[in-house]
Design a protein. Sequence first.
Length: 381
Amino acid sequence: MIRNLAQLVGLTAVALAAAHATAADLKVGFISSLSGPVSALGIPYEKGIRAAIAEHPALAGHKVELIVLDDASDPTTAGRNARKLVVEDKVDVLIGTSGVPGAMAIAAVARELNTPLISPTPVTIPGPEGAWTVTVSQPFPLMVAAVVERMKKSGVKTVAFIGFSDALGDLAYDSLVKSAEAAGIKVVANERYARSDSSVAGQVLKIISARPDAVFAGNSGTPGALPYLALADRGYKGQIYGTHGLINADFVRVGGASIEGLQVPSGPVLVADQLPDSNPIKKVSMGFRDAYKKVNGSVPTDAFSSYTYDAYLLLADAASRVKGEPGTPQYRTALRDAIVSTKELTGTHGIYNFKPDNRYGSDQRAVVIVRSEKGVWKLVP
């Protein structure tokens, strides 16, 4: 009888443990631009997080439930999606989206509803409004400073800017002006265009008339090819530079010969096979490539899918340090606190450290310069 009672208690404990495991799934609300002008970034973002979840379907003993919504490259839709995910779907964390304006809209909802947001897109929200947001993408000042350093080494004295007429363009321009001034390089033009524009001929004519040694474009994705195509059409022979938002197959396809020699900053993941074995980023990056190939059937050709992979690694590390059950305000708060206290977490783009006053986790270890050579990105020594 005692033995039977012990067996019954044991079976009950197993049943309770099983019920406990299934009752407390960790819900991840993922928003990306799967359609619209930013989809060249948004589609790789989704591929990256699906690869991460396939590799790690459970975190800290909790099965992960991924809920994916398309914001159609519209910031208003991104904010509305975030609200739905938190209020209706009761997600524990938000990850997204593909553009800076959309990410800012999600961050506002994250702050209002006290839900942590891991942004794969560079977004700067100072003060209390950004208290629930961290970013795994390298900050524009860090990346642009590396480009300006390359300009200086190449003898550039004057540079013209052309970029999106939105928050991303503002980030890129402000970063360029600050770094260029410190390097003794003069910014001689500030031209803008909308992501949906089909021509920048007028803007490029103004740039060429300024006779800059170099042109720097503050844009991203497939629409980012437009200035380089126009510069090539006008026979511009100066040096060309851009941001880390340009590294994807569609941009290379559309840009074609016009982007030959283009230099942009990137995370180490893009050239992981060229890193020394002693670099811890190499091991994680090569692991990402394997995971991506298993899910998507080929190796990645972009630098965006690895941002959401890193976002998931950050979530996994934080979840391992959180006690309590998902699905509660207390868990979301504890998860946020764990995320913002992350120390020396190795990802594909860098080694992440967060502080209360710095929600970008990257440092100099997260930056390399690459050059487009016959459709392939090559590391610039």
